[in-house]
Design a protein around this ligand. Structure first.
Ligand code: GYE
Length: 320
């Protein structure tokens, strides 16, 4: 009898060791289809893609599938529909264009796939998306125009370098400038959207403005890269700019390299547009998975950086 108990005990001991040492049955990964704008659009976009990749990892419980629009709204729509067919758990979209997303939203809703807008708000009714983690681009633009008004220039002759036409980032920032110019009697002496927010295109555009003899004392550039492009054109023409120059330069994004230009007095103002959405999306999805209430429309807190007040310590501490 004792032998029987010994055998049973030994078996149970071995069984418990095997069971306890076996890897815990891992929870299934949450598949996230991320419809990103372009691979090489701007330094902001690079930081944004990296933030999503480093946050939505397998270790964090995610299977991230990124597709890039590469300048084509139609490709983004087709890629989004393909991800819906693949039955991803969540669809996250940063739209090259803000309009034209109704069919995707309808497909996602019919498939029971939560649609999350990231970076740029899309033109969708509230019942057609689950949540939004974006920047308020009109508010960003107003921060810039309020600062510009406070410079109390005798006259404002503005070259307006816009981002991708039709993106909510361009539409919001441009509306703020349009409204401020109308309210204050400013002149927008030149305005042009740059495909893909491209720095080289901005250099060529401002070169043409200078060659045409257009007089201006403000560059209002809707991102850092294009502002730097505009400065290349002014350098080539011997036009001074920045803190001690003849042309005020305003930029958006606040990439670290651009904030160094603010410290150096090359940019007068840089308006933050924070690209680090990865952790925000992770928290949002985990809260949804846990059945917690989430904000339908979450706007990112952002600040401005003025060459008159910025410090090197501020730049050194910046995360992107
Ligand atoms: O300003 C620009 C990027 O959507 C806010 O897109 C983003 C914009 C940003 O390419 O640099």
């Amino acid at each position: 009898m004792k032998k029987v108990f010994a055998v049973i005990f030994t078996f149970l001991a071995l069984f418990s060791i095997v069971v306890c040492s076996a890897p815990a049955l891992a929870a299934p990964l949450i598949t996230v289809g991320f419809v990103q704008t372009n691979t090489n659009e701007s330094d902001w976009r690079t930081a944004n893609t990296k933030s999503m990749q480093t946050a939505l990892t397998k270790e964090a419980g995610f299977d991230l599938k990124i597709v890039f629009g590469e300048g084509s709204h139609e490709k983004q729509v087709a890629d989004a529909q393909a991800l819906i067919q693949e039955e991803v758990d969540y669809l996250v979209i940063a739209g090259i264009q803000s309009s034209g997303w109704e069919s995707v939203a309808r497909s996602a809703k019919d498939a029971g796939i939560p649609l999350i807008m990231v970076d740029r708000k899309l033109d969708l009714a509230e019942d057609m998306y689950t949540a939004m983690v974006c920047s308020d681009f009109e508010a960003e633009g107003k921060k810039a125009t309020d600062w510009l008004k406070a410079q109390n220039k005798g006259e404002y002759n503005i070259v307006h370098i816009q981002g991708d036409a039709g993106s909510s980032a361009q539409l919001g920032r441009s509306k703020a400038l349009k409204d401020a110019a109308a309210a204050n009697g400013w002149k927008i002496v030149h305005q042009q959207a740059m495909k893909g927010w491209d720095e080289g295109l901005a250099t060529a555009e401002v070169t043409n403005v200078i060659d045409a003899g257009t007089k201006f004392n403000v560059i209002f550039s809707e991102n850092d890269n294009m502002a730097r492009g505009a400065e290349t054109a002014m350098d080539n023409a011997g036009i001074t700019y920045g803190k001690n120059g003849s042309v005020i330069v305003i930029a958006f994004d606040a990439n670290k390299w651009a904030l160094q230009l603010v410290v150096d007095g090359k940019f007068n103002l840089d308006v933050e547009c924070n690209p680090l959405h990865g952790p925000r999306i992770v928290k949002l999805i985990n809260d949804i998975e846990a059945g917690k209430p989430v904000d339908k429309n979450a706007y990112v807190d952002e600040e401005i950086f003025d060459s008159a007040t910025i410090t090197q310590a501020i730049v050194d501490a910046r995360p992107y």
